[in-house]
Design a protein around this ligand. Structure first.
Ligand code: B12
Length: 174
């Protein structure tokens, strides 16, 4: 199958809410030597873009969004299998990825995490809805180089400011 057809299949697997198709397309992407980042950005993320628009227009609802996220993540798991082992010794630094306190939107966070991994960073993925204090404590414990926190809602954005404040207080912010 051609590269473009595989990317289109990846996108369609998310927008059609089909996790099995997503896994199948991810295996095809690997066999065709499509880079994980390309498969995510030019395939899966486009499908999620369609889903996001339909959600905003009131034509798709929470249960469907969750299946789209499952399709997205099942495919990412196949695409990045063994990636950390392959890239581990590039050693460009340690980065914390998480979704901030009160927020469970983690699709974007997982894309960012994959991009860091694919570019030789060691990623500490703390998951979603992570308390500010836990992030600051982990940054200190592991002496990380970069702290990232994804926030998708206006109500959770202040957590990003709180993390910066916590890092400054701990003399960890440069
Ligand atoms: C999927 C989704 C959900 C899913 C989340 C599933 C999951 N596992 O993530 C579910 C159904 C669970 C959900 C729940 C809710 N959601 Co919602 N959701 C969305 C939706 C449709 C898409 C988000 C998404 O995944 N986009 C695709 C990814 C690829 O994009 P992204 O997250 O933006 O990430 C990119 C960039 O932001 C950036 N990025 C992200 N992180 C980082 C980090 C760094 C360091 C960098 C450099 C870049 C970066 O790079 C990413 C890749 O390009 C948006 C609508 C929209 N148009 O965005 C609403 C939206 C975010 N949700 C919203 C709301 C209100 C909710 C709920 C409160 C709904 C409810 N009443 O229950 C709950 C919140 C629960 C909670 N406590 O968090 C609102 C937020 C409104 C606001 N302004 O605050 C939105 C905007 C919908 C709307 N128009 O009202 N949601």
């Amino acid at each position: 199958m051609e590269r473009d057809q595989i990317l289109e299949k990846l996108a369609r697997s998310v927008s059609d809410l089909d996790p099995d198709l997503a896994v199948e397309a991810a295996h095809e992407a690997r066999e065709a030597n499509i880079k994980p980042i390309e498969a995510i950005q030019e395939g899966l993320a486009k499908g999620m873009g369609v889903v996001s628009e339909l959600f905003d227009e009131g034509e798709m609802f929470v249960p469907q969004i969750l299946i789209a996220a499952e399709a997205f993540e099942s495919a990412v798991a196949v695409l990045v299998e063994n990636l950390s082992a392959e890239e581990a010794d590039i050693g460009r630094g340690k980065v914390i990825c998480h979704t901030v306190q009160g927020d469970i939107h983690d699709v974007g966070k997982n894309i960012v995490k994959t991009m860091f991994k694919a570019n030789g960073f060691e990623v500490i993925d703390m998951g979603r809805d992570v308390p500010v204090d836990d992030v600051v404590a982990k940054a200190k414990e592991l002496n990380v180089d970069i702290v990232t926190g994804s926030a998708l809602m206006t109500t959770t954005m202040p957590a990003q400011r709180d993390i910066i404040q916590g890092l400054k207080e701990g003399d960890l912010y440069t």
